[in-house]
Write a protein that binds this ligand. Structure first.
Ligand code: DGP
Length: 112
């Protein structure tokens, strides 16, 4: 289901002609607007789920994880970090779940 006021619903469903690095029936991947590393890509389900724990579709889970492999292979990124923020306290700002892929530079181990 699509949520009318959700920016990632709009992007994932092609409303802004965003360049997709990957698109399947269920997911898309596109570059983060505010990159924190030379490569910063978001993997996003087309269907609206507020966060990763609200997903109730096992196939979608698999596709999101497979998306990590497909996207990084496609852009030739062999070393990278994946991040999934869940909830405001954890730094989630867009409440349509997404996986961050960050790479292309040495990343500090930060868990603060
Ligand atoms: P998070 O803090 O985990 O909810 O990450 C949200 C990310 O989404 C943040 O890194 C910035 C990115 N973002 C927000 N709005 C847009 C947008 O309109 N386009 C793109 N490409 N990225 C966006």
């Amino acid at each position: 289901m699509k949520k009318d006021d959700c920016i990632f619903c709009k992007i994932a469903n092609g409303e802004f002609n965003t360049e997709f690095i990957l698109e399947t029936d269920k997911i898309v991947a596109f570059r983060d607007i505010n990159p924190q590393a030379p490569e910063h890509i978001l993997i996003v389900p087309k269907e609206h789920f507020e966060n990763i724990v609200s997903i109730d579709d096992k196939e979608l889970f698999c596709e999101l994880l497979e998306g990590i492999k497909k996207v990084t292979e496609k852009i030739g990124l062999k070393e990278f970090r994946t991040v999934i923020n869940t909830g405001k306290q954890a730094g989630q700002t867009v409440f349509h779940t997404h996986i961050h892929i960050l790479g292309g530079k040495e990343l500090k181990p930060t868990f603060d």
